[in-house]
Design a protein around this ligand. Structure first.
Ligand code: AMP
Length: 114
């Protein structure tokens, strides 16, 4: 299987504005931001969609969310608020098939989303 766009970012084959990295998680600024802060948290290991998650991924998903919430706190906007969202397949609006959590912050976000 060919590498996903995000695996290429993990491997530094294409550039990205990386804001956080550990052994299993990478975070970088979205190339088309939808809010003043728009960062994507991804597992380094490629998993295509949320539907492909299994028991073996439970810890990884926990680490992904925790990395995002810790980063939000470190940046100083956690108390004000932010949104984590993950899109799945066509109706969910997924365009890159390597799971990721969007962290959106820096403005009042609307609900429900479009
Ligand atoms: P989704 O539509 O939920 O799959 O989200 C994919 C996100 O990846 C979109 O918000 C895109 O703007 C973003 N994106 C696509 N290519 C890049 C890139 N090279 N660097 C950073 N973000 C990207």
């Amino acid at each position: 299987m060919s590498d996903t766009l995000f695996t290429k970012i993990v491997n530094r084959e294409i550039p990205a504005d990386i804001v956080y990295e550990d052994d299993e998680v990478l975070a970088f600024r979205d190339i088309a931001p939808k809010a003043p802060v728009h960062v994507l948290f991804i597992p380094k290991r490629a998993i295509a969609t949320l539907n492909d998650l299994g028991e073996a991924d439970v810890l990884l998903i926990g680490k992904l969310i925790l990395a995002a919430t810790r980063w939000a706190k470190a940046q100083g906007f956690a108390d004000k608020g932010y949104r984590l969202v993950s899109n799945c397949n066509r109706d969910g609006g997924q365009t890159v098939f390597h799971i990721h959590v969007h962290l959106l912050a820096g403005r009042m976000l609307e609900w429900p989303p479009g």
